[in-house]
Design a protein. Structure first.
Length: 80
């Protein structure tokens, strides 16, 4: 996505039961966070490419980072 593109495609944010979120403020925060992340990730990709990094490797590392995120609110996560 070019930085000049103003069209944003946000997902329909869902609650844990699959129903769509309806709180306008929650949706706004989620969309703002998503937009900031997208912009940061795009900038990081462009920097990596300019420095000669392999695009597929960079994308794989980004996927790994997302997969490694920890949910601090998961009650099933056992801690010693």
């Amino acid at each position: 996505m070019k930085k000049t593109d103003n069209v944003q495609h946000f997902p329909t944010w869902q609650a844990t039961d699959g129903s769509p979120l309806s709180c306008v403020e929650k949706i706004k925060v989620l969309n703002d966070n998503f937009d900031e992340l997208r912009e940061m990730m795009q900038d990081a990709l462009e920097d990596a490419l300019l420095m000669g990094c392999d695009e597929e490797q960079f994308r794989n590392v980004m996927r790994y980072v997302v997969a490694e995120l920890h949910n601090p609110y998961d009650k099933s996560d056992k801690q010693d």
